[in-house]
Design a protein around this ligand. Structure first.
Ligand SMILES: C[S@@+](CC[C@H](N)C(=O)[O-])C[C@H]1O[C@@H](n2cnc3c(N)ncnc32)[C@H](O)[C@@H]1O
Length: 219
């Protein structure tokens, strides 16, 4: 089987792995494998939309070594843990509003020095913007009706001018009444009107049906 590793991301056939920042430790029961002298954690596209994005043909990660990242909707930290592997020298601020989920996130951050979880509502960035400070990359994975607006608010509060972002759009949370293509087109139009361009768009099925990934840059 062909194996290819770059910047901590290992590809073996269609399977993805990230170099484990905490060798010997699993985060969500994932497989651990050795490649050369390093240990890698399997990155499951059924559990992580960013892995689904890459598995579905994206040629690269949606960022270039951001020093500071704001992650909205971190849940138990599944995807966040892989970003933590990939960006060991960066600071990753993770917003999560569910107190029950937050406990797991807090536990994860105690074992990984690059994670900074914040219990907050991503619709109210003014409550945490001062703690987070300016970030270079904004990642959002929230099932909410006003997903694009939340992304824009957070970008204007926390993202540097030449920063970029990724919106994991859950189409059916926006509306049940329009077809997917129309919801995506409306979202793109709103983002474009606010000065953003979509540099990549990718459906995440079959891993996360009803989700479309948008990679965004300010124009
Ligand atoms: C689909 S899950 C995220 C999965 C996670 N991104 C991953 O890949 O590992 C969505 C999460 O967003 C959180 N969430 C939803 N609305 C939110 C809001 N307004 N502010 C902060 N978190 C929110 C939910 O509690 C849930 O944990």
């Amino acid at each position: 089987m062909s194996a290819f590793e770059r910047d901590g991301l290992l590809q073996r056939g269609r399977e993805l792995y990230t170099r484990n920042l905490r060798p010997g430790e699993r985060v969500y029961g994932e497989e651990l494998v050795r490649e050369g002298s390093d240990e890698f954690r399997r990155w499951d596209p059924w559990r992580s939309k960013l892995a689904a994005y890459l598995t579905n043909g994206a040629s690269r990660l949606p960022f270039d070594h951001p020093r500071r990242v704001l992650y909205l909707g971190a849940a138990h930290g599944t995807t966040l843990s892989h970003l933590s592997d990939l960006l060991p020298d960066s600071e990753l601020f993770a917003i999560e509003k569910s107190a029950s989920t937050f406990g797991t996130l807090l536990g994860l951050s105690r074992r990984r020095a690059n994670l900074f979880p914040i219990l907050a509502d991503a619709q109210l960035p003014e409550r945490y913007a001062a703690d987070v400070g300016p970030v270079d990359f904004l990642y959002q994975d929230l099932a909410q009706r006003n997903q694009a607006e939340v992304f824009l608010e957070n970008a204007s509060s926390c993202l540097v001018r030449d920063g970029s972002g990724m919106l994991m759009l859950k189409v059916r949370s926006v509306t049940q009444r329009k077809p997917t293509a129309a919801v995506v087109a409306d979202t793109r139009e709103l983002l474009t009107r606010q000065g953003w361009s979509v540099v990549d768009q990718r459906a995440l099925g079959p891993f996360s049906r009803d989700h479309v990934a948008l990679v965004l840059r300010r124009t």
